[in-house]
Design a protein. Sequence first.
Length: 296
Amino acid sequence: MIQHTTRSTEKSLGHWMRARLPYGLAEFVMFVLKQGWAALFGGLMLVGIMLTKAIWQPDWSVARYDALVIYAITLQAGFLYFKLESWAEARVILLFHISGTLMEIFKIHMGSWAYPEPGLLKIMGVPLFSGFMYASVGSFMARVVRIFDMRFTPFPPFWMHFALATAIYLNFFTHHWIWDFRWVLMALTVVLYWRVRIWFLIGKYYWMPLPMAAFFSSFFLWIAENVGTRSGTWVYAGAKSIDWASLTKMGSWYLLLYVSFATVTLVYQSILGGPAPKDSPARPEPTQPRQPVPKG
C-alpha cells in the first residue's frame, strides 16, 4: 500500500514538473530527484554521521559508534516496514553488508585506516555501523534499478560478469602482498561493459554507457566518503581528519561498484540483455508526440 503511494507521488511530481517547466529541464530535475530518492538510505546515514558528530559528548552513556549502529538498524527496519526495499533486495544487500564488513576487518588489520572512537558494538576493531555504509551502496543500486526501470543491454556472458567482480573483490585483499591489478581491472571493466547501455526511464527512455555511469557514481561516493573522513568517523593511515580522501579512493569506489552491481543482479537478472526498451529514443518519434506516463 505504502509502496503504491510513493509511486503515485513520484508520478504526480513528474506531471507537476512537466506542466511548469520546459520538457528538457523537467526531465533533468526529475532525474536528480529520482537519484536522490534512490540514495535515501545512504543520505540518511550521512545525516546521522554528521549530526552525531556535531552533538555527541564523550561522557554520554552510549558511545557515538554504538548509537550509529542502532540508528542504522532502525533505518533498515523502517525501509522494510514502509516497503522502500523488498525482502529479496534486503537479502542481497545483506550479502554486501557482510562482504563489506569482512573487508573492513582486513583493512583495519593491515593498517589502511582506523576507527578512533570507542564503542561496544565492534568486531575486531570495526564498528558494526560500517557495514551499513557498504550496504547503503547496495541499497542505492537496488532502488535505482527499480525507480528508473533500468535495462542493461547488450550484456556480456553472466560468468564473465561475476568473474570480473570476484577478481575485483579479491584484489582489494591480495594487493597487500602481490602486484596491485586495479588498473588492469579498470581497463577490463571498459572492455567488458563499454557496449552495455543502461536504459533508464524518466519521461521517456534514455541511455548511458555503464562505465560512464560507474565513473559518475564513484565521484559522488568519493564526496560522501569525505564527509566521513572530515568528521573524523574514520581516519586513513598517515592522514588527518581535515585531509581530503585521495583520488585513488575514487578509483576504489569505481571498482567496488561493479562488485555491488554483480551482487544486485542476483535479484534483477531479468534486466540484463534483451532488446532496447520500446520507448527508447532509438525508435522514431510519432508525428504527434504522446505524453508518456512515468513508471516511477
